[in-house]
Design a protein around this ligand. Structure first.
Ligand code: MN
Length: 236
């Protein structure tokens, strides 16, 4: 069994290598020992995260770790508070998802790899809770709670003008969902100009999601090897 801090560092590297995270965005995992704690890297670029950079947080977003924290740690804290089923959270600004946050065109499952999207794509509008002059960041518990309320029971939420959140009952599955939500968005953008676009039905999406959930380790093992090509960045 891989130590959770090691696995979280690996998740950071995979999400960078797969183009979901860049210098920004973050991934967290709920503590195995305490349901009211979660693990998150200190404020740094995901590709550079090592297990030693991981700090433990409570559901108020507080840590006794020595290093500075991500401004948006409240995304994670408030989702863990609201969703006992969620074990991992990815927050990203991945590019293809952004247009769907701006438009009334819904993000929908266009292929089996993103079947989980039939269980709901939520929308978070920060203007509804904080007006029209914020920096768009979820920088306190109130905004985090509003995001968690918008997410509801969905596996994915769009954040208008900002990015998205993917959640799951395991860390590998949250990584999988973040990767394939981005892929699905890119494919949907290519499909939208075509005539008579059809989407997965709820039944197809759920059946595909169930099948794919049993195959996540296959993707994780490959993604981890691919992410190894950035190892030199961490030893520099
Ligand atoms: Mn952000």
């Amino acid at each position: 069994m891989t130590d959770l801090r090691v696995q979280l560092a690996q998740a950071n590297h995979i999400l960078f290598d797969q183009g979901v995270l860049d210098a920004f965005g973050h991934v967290s995992v709920r503590s195995e020992e305490r349901a009211d704690r979660f693990l998150l890297a200190r404020n740094m670029a995901p590709v550079l995260v090592t297990p030693e950079d991981v700090q433990e947080y409570d559901l108020d977003g507080e840590t006794d770790g020595p290093a500075s924290s991500y401004l948006e740690r409240f995304i994670h804290a408030e989702i863990y508070r609201a969703r006992p089923d969620v074990q991992a959270v990815v927050h990203s600004h991945s590019a293809s998802v952004i247009p769907f946050g701006l438009s009334s065109t819904p993000l929908r499952a266009v292929f089996h790899m993103a079947g989980f999207l039939v269980d709901g794509v939520a929308r978070f509008e920060i203007r509804d809770v904080a007006g029209d002059a914020t920096d768009l960041l979820v920088r306190d518990a109130r905004l985090g709670a509003a995001l968690a309320a918008s997410l509801g029971q969905a596996p994915f939420a769009l954040m208008r003008g900002h990015g998205s959140v993917a959640v799951a009952p395991s860390l590998p599955l949250a990584v999988y969902r973040a990767v394939y939500a981005e892929e699905n968005a890119a494919l949907q953008l290519r499909g939208l100009p075509l005539a008579d676009v059809d989407y997965l039905t709820p039944g197809e999406g759920r059946a595909a999601a169930q099948t794919n959930a049993g195959q996540v380790a296959r993707a994780w093992d490959m993604w981890l090897r691919l992410a190894g090509r950035h190892e030199s960045l961490r030893s520099a």
